[in-house]
Design a protein around this ligand. Structure first.
Ligand SMILES: Cc1cc2nc3c(=O)[nH]c(=O)nc-3n(C[C@H](O)[C@H](O)[C@H](O)COP(=O)(O)O)c2cc1C
Length: 347
C-alpha cells in the first residue's frame, strides 16, 4: 500500500502542522480537497486540542493529522536564565516595562504527558506526527494498536534511522529551508541539510516512506521532490496567508512586504526560521549571551510581543516562514490546493 492508500487521501500534499497558525477550518479545507489537513497542537492545552480535533472532525469526514512536540526536558540554569533576562531588559524598557523575574515551561512535551496520548487514542485522527524527537516506545505501541499512522520529523540521516528503528510509519524530511522550528532532536546539533538533498540521503538508507518539507511553494517544486523519491510533500508557509489560518494581520502583511527569513533561537530557545524583524535588529546582536532553553525563552518572547503589540509595535512577533516565502501567492486553501495539483500534473 502506498502512502495515499494508507492515509486514504487523493493527492500527495500535506498541510504542515503549524502551532498557533493551524485551524480546524484550514485543516478541513485541505482534507476536503484530497490532501492531508493538519492541526499543530504542540502549544495547546489538552482541552483546546480536544476542541480543535472535534471541530475538524465535524468539518471533514476525510483524514487529517495532529501534531505534538517531543522535546527532551532541558535543565533550567538559573544563572544563564538571569543573563538572558538581562539581555532582554532594554527591549522591555522600550515599552516602559521591567523584564519578568522568572521563566515558565509553557509547553509540556508529549513525552511527559500521557493526556495528549489519551486524547489521540480517544479521538482517533488518521495520523499523528511529532516534532523534536520520537515518542516513548509504549506510546508508539499504543498508537499502532489503535491503527493510527505515526510520523516524525527528521533533519538528518541519524534522526531518520532512529525514527525507522523506533517503528514509526513515515519520515517527514525537514530541510533547512523550512519555516518554523527545526525538528532537530538536539537543539545544538544542526547539519542544516537542504530539503532535496535530505530526501535523497534518507531514501538511500531508509526503507519507510519519506515526505518532503521545506521551501516547497508550488507544484513544480512539489513534483521535483516526488521525482527524488518523496512520497508526498508537506507545505507550511504557502498556507499561512489563507484566510482560514490563524495568522494575524501584521504577520500576513509581512509575508508579502518583507519576504526575507533567517534562523534564530532567540525567540523560543530552539532554532526556527522566520521573517526577519526586531529580533534580528535588537536581540540577535553578535555579543548576545546564550539563549535560555526552549520553551522558557518562548515564554519571555511571547510576553515581550504582547507588550509591544499593546503599544502598536508588531515587529516582535514570531512570524515563522520558509526561505522561499517570496514565492507566496494570495490564494484560499481550496484554490491553492487546486493550483498545486494542476502544476504538479503539468510538470
Ligand atoms: C508558522 C509555522 C508553524 C509551524 N509549526 C509547526 C509545528 O507546530 N509542528 C511541526 O511539526 N512543524 C511546524 N512547522 C514546520 C512545518 O511542519 C514544515 O516543516 C515547514 O512548514 C515546511 O517548510 P515551508 O514552511 O517552507 O513549507 C511550522 C511551520 C510554520 C511556517
Amino acid at each position: 500500500m502506498n502512502i495515499l492508500q494508507r492515509l486514504e487521501i487523493r493527492h500527495p500534499i500535506f498541510l504542515a502542522p503549524m502551532a498557533g497558525v493551524s485551524t480546524p477550518e484550514l485543516a478541513a479545507e485541505v482534507s476536503n480537497q484530497g490532501g492531508l489537513g493538519s492541526l499543530g497542537l504542540g502549544a495547546s492545552s489538552v482541552a483546546a486540542a480536544r476542541e480543535q480535533i472535534l471541530k475538524t472532525q465535524a468539518l471533514t469526514e476525510h483524514a487529517f493529522q495532529v501534531n505534538f512536540f517531543c522535546h527532551q526536558p532541558e535543565p533550567l540554569d538559573e544563572n544563564a536564565n538571569q543573563i538572558w533576562l538581562e539581555h532582554l531588559q532594554p527591549e522591555f524598557a522600550k515599552f516602559n516595562s521591567k523584564v519578568p523575574t522568572d521563566l515558565k515551561c509553557i509547553y509540556p512535551s508529549f513525552l511527559d504527558n500521557d493526556d495528549f496520548l489519551n486524547l489521540v487514542l480517544e479521538t482517533q485522527p488518521k495520523a499523528v506526527s511529532f516534532h523534536f524527537g520520537i515518542p516513548h516506545q509504549y506510546q508508539i505501541q499504543k498508537l499502532k494498536d489503535a491503527g493510527i499512522i505515526t510520523m516524525v520529523s527528521a533533519t538528518n540521516l541519524a534522526e531518520a534511522k532512529a525514527i525507522e528503528e523506533a517503528g514509526i510509519d513515515i519520515i517527514i524530511a525537514q530541510g533547512v529551508e523550512a519555516g518554523g522550528h527545526r525538528g532537530i532532536f538536539n537543539p545544538n546539533l544542526d547539519g542544516a541539510i537542504k530539503t532535496f538533498d535530505l530526501i535523497q540521503l534518507i531514501k538511500k538508507y531508509c526503507q519507510i516512506p519519506v515526505v518532503a518539507a521545506g521551501g516547497i511553494m508550488n507544484g513544480q517544486q512539489a513534483k521535483q521532490a516526488l521525482n527524488l523519491g518523496a512520497e508526498a510533500v508537506q507545505l507550511g508557509t504557502a498556507f499561512v496567508q489563507c484566510k482560514s489560518s490563524n495568522a494575524n494581520a501584521a504577520y500576513r502583511k509581512a509575508l508579502f512586504d518583507h519576504p526575507i527569513t533567517q534562523i534564530t533561537a532567540s525567540i523560543s530557545g530552539r532554532p526556527a526560521r522566520g521573517l526577519i524583524n526586531q529580533w534580528a535588529c535588537f536581540v540577535d546582536l553578535p555579543d548576545r549571551p546564550n539563549v535560555a532553553p526552549y520553551p522558557y525563552a518562548y515564554d519571555l518572547a511571547k510576553q515581550l510581543n504582547t507588550l509591544a503589540v499593546q503599544q502598536g509595535e508588531s515587529g516582535y512577533g514570531a512570524f515563522w516562514a520558509g526561505s522561499n516565502v517570496a514565492l507566496i501567492r494570495e490564494l484560499e486553501a481550496q484554490d491553492l490546493m487546486n493550483q498545486l495539483i494542476l502544476e504538479m500534473n503539468q510538470s
